[in-house]
Design a protein around this ligand. Structure first.
Ligand code: SME
Length: 152
């Protein structure tokens, strides 16, 4: 059974490995999606800062039709504007929400911030209500802090 510390160490190894940014992101998605039991969909969105849009990058889980999201729309779009992590314990209660699957019950979206600009984000969906705790948020924020170094 993996814990957050083990997963974080594995993420650090991935982040500092000699592969492309896309490969790092895909490896992190695969690791989190396969090792964290409540993480049912894990994806990176990358910002088009000028046009205020998010574009889907590497992901783990079912394909989604939401490959581009405007700033302000859904949880992802709100995070891009607010520049802070959103934890949604019950997506049915969130009014500004874009549903990717009827099975999703909770969600966390963590911004990747570089030079005070949101350059991307990690989005994780769970079929379990209130799946994301403080230790999940802390681990994901550390991942975003480190991966930001490699985003142009
Ligand atoms: N639920 C997100 C959309 C992305 S999917 O979860 C993959 C939102 O409300 O922005």
């Amino acid at each position: 059974m993996s814990n957050h510390k083990d997963i974080w160490f594995q993420c650090e190894t991935i982040i500092y490995s000699q592969v492309t940014l896309k490969e790092k992101m895909q490896a992190i998605c695969n690791l989190l999606g396969s090792q964290m039991p409540a993480y049912d969909w894990v994806g990176f969105y990358l910002s088009d800062v000028k046009n205020k849009k998010l574009y889907l990058g590497p992901f783990y889980g079912e394909p989604t039709e939401h490959t581009s999201i405007s700033y302000g729309k859904g949880v992802c779009g709100q995070v891009a504007e607010a520049q802070k992590t959103f934890v949604i314990d019950d997506v049915a209660e969130e009014k500004n929400y874009i549903a990717c699957s009827i099975h999703v019950k909770s969600e966390i979206v963590v911004p990747i911030i570089k030079n005070e600009i949101v350059v991307g984000q990690i989005d994780i969906d769970s079929h379990t209500p209130a799946a994301f705790k403080q230790e999940d948020q802390q681990m994901l924020e550390k991942i975003c802090l480190e991966i930001a170094i490699y985003i142009e």
